[in-house]
Ligand binder design. Structure first.
Ligand code: IPE
Ligand code: IPE
Ligand code: MG
Length: 257
């Protein structure tokens, strides 16, 4: 395919996007790094390294379309059970990625945020992340949320414990706890629920990601492995999302009238 042909395809995809119907928040389960590496006879870590490049592409699309929040599932609570060498490789990759990408992300106005059990991370990774969060706290172009040592069940349980403490300390009466109050105790406080969830690699499951927050998200699954993720795949997911009818329990007639 010549360059002109590729540009034409790209433009025709972009033209299909309704700029008035851009989701505020997209969440991604970045899956398939290991299979990508295996199919090339490489170590799993090589897949993770290549996958880090795809994160940049996703951030670029958010910038282009004006998506305000991007959450990526980078490491789950369950991922601690992987072989020690892979876990430490992933932690080192996290540190080196911040070192490499921080200045550019900051320049682009990206606010870095982390959800998950930060205390479980190695000290140097935790320090780097906290510094990155502090330095970017006033940026407002796009909030980039990294789910690290995160799981949906952890998030919900943590919120329950925190709400119970408030009841014990007489901050609130149990009968007054409503959704708003509960949500303010989740790791995602202040962040709107994702309208769209993308998962790569052909797996069609949630894997303990944002269990509470995904209640009404549109789900988009693609066979593309995360290291092969491209802007076109992201655009395709947005087009697919824009063609869904989001009914929130109502009838189609109620939505269209
Ligand atoms: C996703 O890719 C990255 C993490 C879970 C950290 P995987 O490492 O799960 O890749 P597969 O599923 O084995 O191909
Ligand atoms: C989910 O991927 C977690 C991340 C992408 C960080 P996994 O590859 O760990 O999920 P399962 O185990 O196949 O469900
Ligand atoms: Mg996987």
């Amino acid at each position: 395919m010549d360059v002109l042909h590729i540009i034409n395809i790209k433009m025709s995809i972009e033209n299909k996007i309704d700029k008035g119907k851009i989701p505020k928040h997209v969440a991604i389960i970045m899956d398939g790094n290991g299979r990508w590496a295996k199919s090339r006879g490489k170590m799993r870590l090589a897949g993770h390294q290549e996958g880090a490049k795809s994160v940049k592409k996703a951030l670029e699309v958010c910038g282009e379309l004006g998506i305000k929040y991007l959450t990526v599932y980078a490491f789950s609570t369950e991922n601690w059970n992987r072989p020690q060498a892979e876990v430490s490789g992933l932690m080192s990759l996290l540190v080196s990625s911040i070192d490499k990408e921080f200045d550019e992300m900051n320049k682009l106005g990206i606010k870095i945020h982390v959800i998950g059990e930060l205390d479980k991370l190695p000290e140097n990774a935790k320090k780097k992340l906290l510094l990155a969060i502090e330095k970017t706290k006033n940026n407002d172009k796009l909030t980039f949320i990294v789910a690290l040592s995160y799981s949906g069940r952890w998030d919900i349980l943590n919120a329950v414990k925190s709400v119970v403490k408030d009841v014990e300390n007489n901050k609130i009466d149990a009968k007054d706890i409503d959704y708003n109050y509960f949500e303010a105790h989740l790791a995602t406080v202040g962040i709107p629920d994702p309208e769209l969830l993308i998962r790569t690699s052909g797996e069609e499951r949630i894997s303990n990601f944002l269990l509470y927050q995904l209640a009404y998200s549109e789900l988009f699954f693609t066979d593309v492995l995360w290291p092969d993720f491209s802007k076109e795949v992201f655009y395709q997911a947005i087009i697919d999302y824009q063609n869904r009818e989001r009914r929130f329990g109502k009838t189609s007639e109620q939505i269209t009238n």
